[in-house]
Write a protein that binds this ligand. Sequence first.
Ligand code: FAD
Length: 579
Amino acid sequence: MSELKTIQVPDIGDADSVEIIEVLISDNQQLSIDDSLITVESDKASMEIPSPVAGTVTSVLVKPGDKVSAGSDILVMAINDTNDHTATEAPAQDTTSAPAKPKTNTFDSDAYDVVVIGAGPGGYTAAFRAADLGLNVALIERYESLGGVCLNVGCIPSKALLHTAAVIDEAKHLEKQGISFAEPSIDIDKLRSFKESVVGQLTNGLKGMAKQRKVTVLTGNASFESNTAVAIESSGATQSISFKNAIIAAGSQSVKIPGFPYDDERMLDSTRALELQSIPDKLLIIGGGIIGLEMGCVYAALGTKITVVELSDQLMPGCDADLLKPLQQKLSNDFEAIYTGSKVTKVEAAKNGLTAFFEGGKAPATEQYDKVLLAVGRSPNGLKLNATAAGVEVTERGYINVDQQQRTNVTNIFAIGDIVGQPMLAHKATHEGKVAAEVCAGKKSFFDARTIPSVAYTDPEVSWMGLTETDAKANGVEFEKASFPWAASGRNLSMGSKSGLTKILFDPNTKKILGAGIVGKNAGELIAEAVLALEMGADIEDLALTIHPHPTLSETLNFAAEVAEGTVTDIYLPKKRKR
Ligand code: FAD
């Protein structure tokens, strides 16, 4: 007959009251000697506590988050007879108190609590949050300038230029209101300096904040040596530093289509396009996604003739058709040509330009352009970090899978931002960075956001959050929709615009808000209210009964909710039942 035995935490050195971060057993599980029972984490190491005997788990007495010390009960086990043999062979050893086997090495006394690889929005946020929580942090970045893609060659420089583009466009449209300006004269060097000054202000600000927080910034290319050490290579010299926890925030890079003439400086990616070296007469943009269209809006306002070619049947694939319509209309006016359902098969460098060869749609067979911008997506940098040396699994495409605490398959290594998957957006990266830092500091943080909003800062802007109609239809999700056309918005009309739309998707039974989409001026700012409503579990009545200031564009969310309620008075809906 098997004997029941309570298995306890053995002597774990000088670590008292350590936290259980993982329970690796469940009821009725068969265990052999040395099978891992729980993982605990002290300030020195994470370690797995092995089973001292073989048998069957009858009840688990602990859960993640519990604090345990030597002698704390872990589980009750029905002991196998085979344990007798072990007992007679080694009678002097009390197997129930065998020393725990550290999973990772005991850390060097100079090991950083947290090493962050990559100083983009994910990485610097994680580093700063970890430092604010009292941890000793190193932030490794291969470039001198902190801020990653977003601050240096992404979100910020593109928005600086998009603002300029929007002002040029607005000035042109004032003609209808009797105000005419001369054609703008563009000093590209000054414009570039303005963009660079915005970037510089923010990236220098990061340097200052790193200093204030006593975060050690190390410049160089990081690669893993093990699950506790990372090598940093800079100008041929390599230094090694050790860590208790690492956060991978190494981001992504532009996808390249093989065979295009990348050595030719007229062949651009978004980084080169943002350098604003010159204003081409004719620019071909391959890829009609958000980045391609934003760059198109910038260069179109500066006077370039833009052609966009997109493989899918619509621009910004995945965006709802009603939101896309006003943008498509505007771009059809502002751009030279838009070819959807088409692709570029080849680009050849010629003396007078780059010759593009098209296939499909209404695109011509060939056409020559001064420059070509490739904007067909971004791929994660996971395969460039020697992550296997740390035991971190990386997918074939370079993504690193994580759990809701941003933890990889290796207990003390986390990953955040573009490298963990879509959507590749800065605000997702920063949120994940905070979660990872807080978990490193022992907090019970999780990534449990209900939605991550998307914004195209085009002219007009398009934003959406939560459920989209496209996804709802594809997945058979039941929803009702209420829309408010901006042609009835006093604020929109007073700004000289007639187009724009705000829509809300909601649950037909509970009336809870499921999603929202906006197209029009400042759509990127306006969507935040809908995100808050979704996070708060608001229903359509909450939005309809919230008093919004008048006249504002924010009212359009209120009016759309009133459309759903049948209480709207700013438009006439003859068929809607009135309350
Ligand atoms: P990144 O910002 O990519 O930073 C990663 C950092 O890691 C880089 O600085 C890199 O040099 C460093 N690194 C990589 N490997 C190593 C290594 N081995 N050793 C040391 N350092 C390393 N998102 C938005 O939310 N809003 C926008 O408006 C927006 N606009 C964009 C416009 C453009 C043109 C582009 C290209 C992107 C835009 N994005 C936007 C996306 C946004 O920039 C990314 O989602 C965001 O930067 C991802 O942050 P991250 O921290 O994951 O990585």
